[in-house]
Design a protein around this ligand. Structure first.
Ligand SMILES: [Zn+2]
Length: 342
């Protein structure tokens, strides 16, 4: 059992340490299951009975009273992750103040890995979608429920905010190891406290209609660095299924007018956009090359010229001269040779 755990961990660690920027790269190194749907976990009524160590100090096995078991990451290991200390406040929803320009165009995110689980926060048809609604920005999805219905943590994480906050009413914000945050608004009751660690499937509160709300529903948001994106990219709320373990978050999704599009449609859009990007990129490179050629300067080698002296004269370096002309510092300069100096 310990050997299996170590192997699982090394898969997780290796995959997470690799910087993946697009799906094509991802598919080369990430196993296929990463792109398969994950079922919402069943609420277990079994009690945790015991914890067993494995060969990896960060991985434990929990045994339950119904003879089932699961791997967990030691919370101490997770808590060392800077994601749980940086931009950490209990006071307001967006502590990041990061500019959109500073974010990469695509970010590869493990929504759940081989050691974590997922639970649909409230399984139902989406009543009101992400995006503009009567010219007002709607940063999440509205999921109807009856007041008092349990609302579940979608993923393992730590409570970043748990209080009444303006239009959200009773609001819980969880931050997850991958940097994503999930918001649960309009709760009738909050059942967690600031800085508490929660597991996927824990009840974080009861559904309600507090704040600016016309009837009982869960307002659910997913955010990255403070920017909301359509939660339907991650979750099919009607079936309760998480669409993928691995998610490519594109910067353009971090916008209230960017709605979830089914994958086959998205692939077509990507191909069209990919073509135009390539064309722009090619034109930009060609333009750069033209500019460089226009700015080029030459020197005809005369008696007594050395690379060192030419470097001083043209305010450049010997290294740069060698690069421009494809020569080495030891190359003998023939009289009359034209050297590019800029
Ligand atoms: Zn809402």
């Amino acid at each position: 059992m310990a050997v299996v755990a170590a192997a699982l961990m090394s898969f997780t660690a290796a995959a997470q340490d690799t910087v993946i920027t697009n799906k094509k790269q991802a598919e080369l190194i990430i196993p296929r299951p990463a792109f398969q749907p994950v079922q919402s976990m069943d609420p277990t009524t079994a009690q945790a009975m015991d914890t067993i160590s494995t060969a990896n100090p960060y991985i434990k096995i929990i045994l339950f009273s119904d003879y089932t078991w699961k791997y967990i990451k030691d919370p101490e290991y997770v808590s060392n992750n800077a994601v749980f200390s940086e931009n950490w406040t209990h006071d307001y929803p967006d502590p990041y103040r990061v500019s959109l320009e500073s974010l990469p165009n695509e970010m590869g995110i493990w929504v759940v890995d081989s050691l974590s689980q997922y639970r649909c926060p409230n399984q139902t048809k989406v009543y009101s979608k992400f995006g503009y609604r009567h010219r007002r920005r709607h940063q999440g999805v509205d999921l109807p429920l009856q007041t008092g219905t349990p609302v579940y943590a979608a993923f393992d994480g730590k409570v970043r905010l748990a209080k009444y906050y303006k239009a959200y009413g009773n609001l819980v914000i969880l931050r997850h190891e991958n940097g994503l945050e999930t918001f649960y608004g309009h709760l009738s009751k909050i059942m967690v406290t600031d800085d508490e660690w929660v597991s996927a499937g824990s009840i974080i509160g009861l559904g309600g209609s507090t704040g600016r709300s016309t009837g009982p529903h869960l307002h659910f948001e997913t955010r990255y660095k403070g920017y909301a994106f359509d939660p339907e990219w991650l979750i099919d709320f009607e079936s309760g299924v998480l669409r993928h373990r691995f998610f490519t978050l594109k910067k353009k999704y971090l916008n209230a007018s960017s709605n979830y599009v089914p994958e086959d449609e998205q692939e077509e859009i990507d191909i069209i956009e990919g073509d135009t990007q390539d064309k722009e990129e090619a034109e930009r490179k060609a333009e750069e090359a033209r500019k460089a050629a226009a700015a080029a300067q030459y020197h005809t080698v005369r008696q007594g010229d050395t690379l060192g002296a030419l470097a001083v004269k043209y305010r450049t370096t010997v290294k740069k001269l060698c690069q421009l002309n494809g020569i080495s510092e030891k190359t003998i300069l023939k009289l009359g040779r034209k050297l590019r100096v800029k």
